[in-house]
Write a protein that binds this ligand. Structure first.
Ligand SMILES: Cc1cc2nc3c(=O)[nH]c(=O)nc-3n(C[C@H](O)[C@H](O)[C@H](O)COP(=O)(O)O)c2cc1C
Ligand code: SF4
Ligand code: SF4
Length: 307
């Protein structure tokens, strides 16, 4: 069985038979006419489905959903719509590197710009940092808000406990959607407490403030003996930083620290190498999470490289 066939088998077993019939290169839902100025375009990045789920919920009927790990390869990245939105996970209180890189290389034209950061615990300075960042790249955000969901930072958060915690996600999504539909002008306020929390975190972690989560996959991940070489980690990685060698997966390449590979591995065969000096969670260390409304096939279509 070759890798693609193995991948299909695993996905079908996981209840995601759609993968077998869908072209892997299919990126966007409702992507009808790329050239026309449609009402709302939403650019999203999602490793474990939260941000994809939120994107779908706020998309409405005639929005176009575009995956950032696919669009980042667009050779003519000029995007126009009545409303343009960005939905992405919060990484160390800022936008993921791949989101920043995509925005930096693209041109956007719209009457209304919005962003929704999904997060697990705190966004702190993200709204002001993202607002400044987009201004530096030629456009001004009208609306920035956030939706609290399961925290997918696997080294620290017990995924079983996160899933059992009610974070009032649906209420937050409904509120954000209503505000965007009304084209509200609103940037989530950043308090002095948020600023102190942010500075304290960066002092302690020593991470780079601009792209804090960017790393090398081989530095933080490895596959265990129960890896069956199915290739799902290869397919969900937005940087294409896994390969299969002699029936086993090997991590090697640029890494977003997104944990799409570890969260979506059907064998739970991907382990995390602790970052020195960082506390790590001990309970339920093998618990894994993918948003219940999102399939492996959805994550593959969104993130797969080297198709
Ligand atoms: C590398 C990394 C860093 C994160 N940093 C933060 C953070 O600073 N604040 C926070 O509240 N959540 C943080 N999270 C949690 C995610 O933002 C949150 O779970 C998000 O909804 C995941 O979205 P996704 O399922 O679309 O990938 C982090 C997750 C990862 C993987
Ligand atoms: S690590 Fe997991 S997802 Fe990757 S090939 Fe092995 S079993 Fe499949
Ligand atoms: S190696 Fe894993 S954590 Fe790193 S970018 Fe790829 S999927 Fe994300």
């Amino acid at each position: 069985m070759n890798r693609r066939d193995a991948l299909k088998t695993v996905c079908i077993a996981a209840g995601t038979a759609a993968l077998a019939s869908l072209p892997i290169s299919l990126v966007a839902k409702n992507r009808k006419n790329k050239e026309s100025r449609n009402k709302r375009k939403i650019f999203y990045f999602s490793a474990s489905g939260n941000s994809l789920y939120v994107s779908r919920q706020i998309a409405g009927d005639n929005a176009e959903l575009l995956s950032i790990p696919q669009e980042i390869h667009n050779e003519n990245p000029v995007y126009e719509a009545e409303e343009i939105g960005f939905v992405f996970p919060t990484y160390c209180f800022t936008a993921p590197a791949i989101v920043q890189d995509f925005i930096a290389r693209s041109t956007f034209k719209a009457d209304y710009f919005f962003a929704v950061a999904t997060f697990g615990a705190h966004t702190t300075r993200l709204p002001e940092i993202f607002s400044e960042f987009t201004k530096e790249h030629g456009f001004t955000m009208n609306y920035i808000s956030s939706v609290q969901m399961v925290d997918t930072y696997l080294p620290f958060f017990d995924q079983a406990r996160e899933m059992a915690t009610d974070k009032h996600t649906e209420e937050m999504i409904a509120k954000v959607k209503e505000s965007i539909n009304r084209r509200e002008n609103y940037i989530l306020p950043v308090t002095d407490g948020d600023k102190a929390f942010y500075e304290n975190y960066y002092r302690g972690s020593g991470r780079d403030k601009v792209k804090p989560a960017l790393t090398r996959s081989e530095k933080i991940l490895f596959s265990e003996d129960n890896c069956v070489g199915c290739g799902i980690c290869v397919s969900v990685c937005p940087h294409g930083s896994w390969k299969i060698v002699n029936g086993k997966s090997i991590a090697n390449g640029e890494c977003e620290n997104c944990f799409a590979c570890a969260q979506n591995c059907p064998q739970k065969a991907i382990s995390i190498i602790p970052t020195p000096g960082e506390p790590r969670q001990e309970a339920n260390r093998n618990a894994r999470y993918r948003n219940p409304n999102v399939t492996v096939a959805d994550i593959i279509r969104s993130n797969q490289q080297n198709q």
